[in-house]
Design a binder for this molecule. Structure first.
Ligand code: GLA
Length: 394
């Protein structure tokens, strides 16, 4: 199924570097069933890797240069691995340089490479194309130069790159999902300890369908970091008042209300959303494992309402889309997904109703905003992997 992307990327390599790539790697995007914005607040999340990828075509060289060709941007960049790197003006490059920098700082040795890459993960749609880029590159360096990094370390390197070279203070969910994804399995990740378990996405009779609002966002300017500051401010006050509490998730709503005047309304409502959302994820994991899809859907709806009114990371287009979707026959739950301010909604819909829901919502969305909504019927897939001809079937 990824053949087209792989061939396209191989050809891009050939035309950029004038020879054949030696190895191919695939790094997936992710969905998140529930647990939004809690990954930097001791929460649990329920993500999964999907069958949309960045494909990297790679060849080792004998010199000390790493050269990239970003086919989708028709842009290139090279640097010398013996030199210290600092952020540059091309954002896509910073994701990669940040990874290099994190690995270089740890004292590991990296040599020369040529890399062409291309993607089927739509950018700015909340499907974590950036995590796939960072972690895909970290994975490649680890494999080719035998760096002995664990999968957890690869995820953390991806996150560090985003913090230090891109400037987005993201949590760990996206990187973890891209590295740890497993076919048909949802990951229940404790973002505090990084302990995780897999379980079957037991949604028989229903589908998870993504509706892309086509409102693009980048978390560098979206308000993502502001939300994090609001939350950090709230946490500071909470811990000042209740120093005996170890983890954010253990604060109660009563404690939060006690600290309300001191932290102010904004931080109060952000933290209120988070404490509720952390509990919802635990309930959702149980519902999913028991196949209680009606309840799961209800929790998704509650999450949307919290994200829209308490955490305030939705937008008119997503609110409209979710509200209209929820009214349709056969829809068990709908919510915006990911960091917000645009991107996709995730919808739990009975199989027999999927087509008509898509038809109705596309028409209503077009009429309201004059935008053609995109639809992704994604499959839950494996995490980052090397593609080997005749061995690795996606
Ligand atoms: C973005 C971030 C993640 C997470 C989500 C919201 O995707 O990269 O770390 O915070 O937003 O759940």
């Amino acid at each position: 199924m990824q053949e087209k992307l792989i061939n396209y990327t191989r050809e891009a390599f050939q035309s950029a570097f004038g020879s054949q790539a030696e190895r191919i790697f695939l790094a997936p995007g992710r969905i998140n069933i529930i647990g939004e914005h809690v990954d930097y607040s001791d929460g649990f999340v329920l993500p999964a890797a999907i069958d949309k990828h960045i494909c990297f075509a790679v060849k080792k060289t004998k010199d000390s240069k790493i050269s990239f060709f970003a086919k989708d941007f028709n842009d290139s960049f090279s640097f010398d691995v013996t030199e210290k790197q600092t952020p540059v003006s091309q954002t896509w490059v910073n994701y990669l340089l940040g990874v290099f920098n994190a690995i270089q700082e740890s004292g590991k040795e990296i040599g020369g490479l040529e890399i062409a890459f291309s993607s089927t993960i739509p950018m700015g749609s909340g499907l974590s194309s950036s995590a796939a880029l960072e972690c895909g590159f970290a994975y490649i360096l680890n494999e080719i130069f035998d760096l002995d990094l664990t999968k957890k370390e690869l995820s953390l390197i991806g996150q560090k790159s985003e913090h230090t070279f891109v400037g987005v203070k993201c949590g760990i969910m996206d990187q973890f999902s891209s590295v740890f994804g497993k076919e048909h399995q949802v990951i229940m990740l404790d973002c505090n300890s990084l302990d995780h378990q897999y379980f079957e996405a037991n949604i028989e009779g229903c589908s998870l369908v993504l509706f892309d609002s086509c409102v693009k966002h980048t978390h560098l300017t979206s308000g993502y970091n502001d939300r994090r500051n609001d939350v950090d401010n709230g946490k500071k006050i909470l811990w000042k008042k209740f120093p005996e509490i170890e983890k954010f998730r253990d604060f109660t709503i009563e404690m939060l209300d006690d600290a309300r005047a001191e932290m102010g309304e904004i931080s109060h409502k952000r933290c209120y959303y988070l404490l509720k959302e952390i509990k919802r994820v635990e309930k959702a994991a149980k519902a999913l494992s028991e196949g209680d899809l009606d309840y799961l859907g209800q929790l998704l709806n509650e999450t949307h309402s919290g994200l829209s009114t308490e955490f305030e990371v939705s937008c008119n287009e997503l609110d409209f889309m979710v509200e209209e979707t929820s009214k349709e026959l056969g829809v068990l739950g709908a919510r915006m997904m990911g960091g917000g301010f645009g991107g996709c909604s995730i919808n739990l819909i009975k199989d027999e109703n999927v087509d008509i829901v898509i038809e109705n919502i596309s028409a209503k969305y077009k009429a309201a905003f004059n935008i053609e909504m995109k639809v992704y019927r994604v499959k839950i897939s494996d995490g980052i992997n090397e593609y080997k001809e005749n061995e690795f079937v996606i």
